[in-house]
Design a protein around this ligand. Structure first.
Ligand SMILES: [Zn+2]
Length: 498
């Protein structure tokens, strides 16, 4: 099932409707959006009231009658008599007039975000027969909030989700009409996208990654953070309303703490200081004692500095897990995070330290072959183009790898005189030294065992005369390592600060 929506506006409203359409089409696979390039004016001039929405709907409908759209959404700043955002007097109506009257009074989020909210709500309302749809008459953050108090729109855009009751109704509707499932999936993406932008005061057009922002469900992350805190014996309430703010997690134990969760993106300095402000206000009101931020991907130095100034505690998700679960457990049901991990580019299992010269190409190919047979990814430093400091990148690759293989080059005095310069390679020893220093699992390959430049007795090494001879030996050693489990290198966090 596919739905076609036409968006148009009158000349009273400032909204980037064409850019919205572009993003909406990027996110949605089963709803197609189009916009009318020219403004459509159905107002009466001096009267800014939508006095008879049925008449005006019909007027609009007549303009697009045969264009084959399922819905026309018309945007204006003119006001409804009842001051609603939209008012579908006739539920079968193809036309919905959305009023952004006094928008700035109710929220500091852009109208574009509002458009995403209303489109999602309108699409989902279409799943219900009009008499079956019961709206919330108080603020819940569910897209089916009645928005009787228009300022609730701000909460709705930041929190926008579907409550369990309405979720049940939607599931029933999908079971009756399976074609709705695709539309439903699009609305989920729209809600994620809207929330992940609005939460950080970003315009939906601000250019974030549509794929990432529409698939991450931060709520799941928040719920899991709350679950972990509960293990420490406090009461942890996700998405709690404290005073005027929705806080991600509210901890009630000996002390009261609000926790902000960051999952998909770096929040940036502004978000950290805004959270700090929130904490300050709640503290002054005597409602809480502390504020904490839990981040899935860590913090920048700038964020750390700001947090320190405001006495906000920062924790990565891993630290949180270690603190309260003691083991590095995978939280059940934490599907999104696991998928996210799987999506991240895989770092190679093996990093090969080898001179960048032709005469070593066959050795590298031999190593690659063995790695392939064991289904291990292997990489050396010059294979990818990289920007910035080359050594930084090499250090990072060593840190990320599970095993480091170093191909030792002969000592200077042992080198063939003609080949001397090319043959001896101090870089290899430099990188090897780093790998050993952080206690990586290292395998050394040498075709000149006597000239090992330092005492490497204690390390695993494979002497070889030819590549053909080296391969089975390397394979055997790798198999042993895999069987016995990879050695943990020294605290990776610590070495990552290079
Ligand atoms: Zn609801």
């Amino acid at each position: 099932m596919e739905k076609k929506l036409l968006l148009c506006k009158d000349n009273t409203i400032r909204i980037e409707i064409e850019k919205c359409v572009e993003i909406l089409n990027k996110i949605c696979k089963n709803v197609v959006f189009k916009s009318l390039p020219q403004n459509v004016d159905i107002g009466k001039g001096d009267d800014d009231l939508i006095s008879n929405s049925k008449r005006e709907s019909n007027l609009l409908f007549s303009k697009v009658k045969n264009a084959g759209y399922d819905k026309l959404v018309y945007l204006t700043t003119r006001r409804y008599k009842n001051n609603y955002y939209y008012d579908d007097e006739d539920a079968e109506s193809v036309v919905t007039i959305v009023s952004f009257s006094n928008w700035d009074v109710y929220t500091n989020l852009p109208r574009e975000n509002g458009l995403f909210y209303f489109i999602t709500a309108i699409l989902l309302e279409g799943f219900y027969d009009s008499e079956d749809l019961k709206m919330h008459y108080k603020r819940t953050g569910c897209v089916f909030d009645y928005l009787d108090d228009k300022s609730d729109i701000d909460y709705g855009m930041r929190e926008g989700h579907i409550c369990d009751d309405h979720q049940k109704g939607l599931t029933e509707a999908i079971n009756k009409n399976y074609g709705l499932k695709n539309i439903y999936e699009d609305t989920q993406k729209l809600l994620n996208f809207l929330r992940n932008n609005s939460k950080w005061n970003r315009n939906v057009l601000s250019g974030g990654d549509t794929e990432e922002l529409s698939t991450f469900d931060e709520r799941l992350f928040i719920e899991n953070v709350a679950k972990i805190y509960e293990k420490s014996g406090v009461v942890a309430k996700p998405n709690e309303l404290i005073y005027n703010y929705i806080v991600d997690v509210y901890l009630e134990g000996k002390t009261k703490t609000v926790v902000e969760c960051k999952f998909n993106l770096q929040a940036g300095m502004i978000a950290v200081s805004e959270f700090a402000k929130k904490v300050e206000i709640l503290k002054r009101k005597g409602l809480i004692d502390d504020g904490e931020i839990v981040s899935y991907i860590g913090f920048t130095d700038e964020e750390k500095t700001i947090a320190e100034t405001h006495k906000i505690r920062l924790l990565t998700f891993d630290e949180l897990k270690k603190q309260y679960l003691e083991v590095e457990a995978t939280v059940l049901g934490f599907k999104t995070v696991i998928e996210y991990r799987a999506k991240k580019p895989k770092s190679p299992d093996i990093f090969v330290i080898i001179p960048f010269i032709k005469s070593y190409d066959d050795v590298y190919e031999g190593i690659q072959k063995v790695a392939e047979e064991l289904d291990l990814a292997c990489e050396k430093a010059d294979e990818k183009e990289f920007e910035g400091n080359v050594m930084d990148r090499v250090y990072q690759m060593i840190i990320n790898a599970k095993i480091v293989i170093a191909v030792l080059t002969p000592l200077l005095e042992k080198c063939d005189k003609k080949l001397r310069v090319m043959c001896h390679n101090p870089n290899v020893y430099f990188e090897l030294g780093y790998a050993l220093a952080i206690k990586k699992q290292v395998i050394m390959l040498t075709n000149d065992i006597e000239s090992s430049p330092f005492d490497v007795q204690q390390y695993k090494k494979i002497p070889y005369e030819s590549v053909t001879e080296m391969k089975p030996k390397l394979r055997e050693m790798l198999e042993t390592i895999i069987r016995e489990g990879y050695k943990k290198s020294r605290n990776q966090q610590e070495s990552a600060s290079y």
